[in-house]
Design a protein around this ligand. Structure first.
Ligand SMILES: [Zn+2]
Length: 171
C-alpha cells in the first residue's frame, strides 16, 4: 500500500555517510549512504527528483523524467527512512540516526520504509569503531555535523527511538 499523506510529522530512521576529509566543507559532509547528495545542516533537506533515477536494477525503471512532486509514486526519488530504528552496527564513516519527516510522504509499508519530501536529522547513534582509513576524522566531523544540526548523539537504538518519538510528538 502506498498512502499519500500530507499532514503530520513522522519519525524515521536511516543511515548516512560522513565525509571525513578536511577539504570537504562541513555543510557538505553528511551524505546519503549511497548517492553523492549531501544533507542540509541548517534546516530540513528537501527531496528532488533527479532527471535519471537509479532504481532497483532488478525492476523496470518506471520513471521517465523528473516527478512533478517528489517523491513521486512510480519513482525512486525522495528522502528514504525506515519506520523502525536500525539495529545493525554501522561503523564510521557510516552513522545511523533519525529524522523528523513531513510534507509529501510515500509509504512502502511492506518494505518497511517511506520516502519523504522533507526531513530533518534529529539524532545519531554514537558509532563504535570504523572500517576506513579516516575513522578518527569521520568521528570528529560527525560531532561537528550533530552540533550544526542541534542533533543529539545517543548511545543506542532504543534511546534513539525514545528521543525521536518525543521530538515528533511535539509538532
Ligand atoms: Zn521522482
Amino acid at each position: 500500500m502506498r498512502i499519500p499523506d500530507r499532514t503530520g510529522v513522522l519519525a524515521g530512521y536511516r543511515v548516512w555517510r560522513v565525509i571525513p576529509s578536511k577539504w570537504i566543507a562541513l555543510s557538505k559532509s553528511l551524505h546519503a549512504q549511497i548517492c553523492q547528495r549531501s544533507w542540509s545542516l541548517v534546516g530540513p533537506t528537501v527531496a528532488y527528483c533527479p532527471s535519471r533515477v537509479q532504481a532497483d536494477p532488478n525492476k523496470p525503471l518506471v520513471s521517465n523524467g523528473p516527478c512533478e512532486a517528489s517523491p513521486g509514486f512510480g519513482c525512486a526519488c525522495g528522502l528514504y527512512a525506515r519506520y523502525e530504528p536500525i539495529r545493525e552496527a554501522h561503523p564510521l564513516p557510516y552513522v545511523a540516526g533519525s529524522v523528523l519527516a513531513w510534507g509529501r510522504l510515500v509509504h512502502h509499508a511492506e518494505r518497511s520504509f517511506f520516502r519523504a519530501e522533507k526531513a530533518l536529522p534529529v539524532a545519531f547513534v554514537r558509532p563504535y569503531g570504523g572500517g576506513g582509513l579516516f575513522t578518527e576524522e569521520a568521528g570528529e566531523k560527525l560531532v561537528r555535523v550533530a552540533d550544526a544540526l542541534g542533533a543529539r548523539v545517543m548511545e543506542g537504538p532504543e534511546e534513539l527511538r525514545e528521543y525521536t518519538e518525543e521530538e515528533a510528538s511535539r509538532w
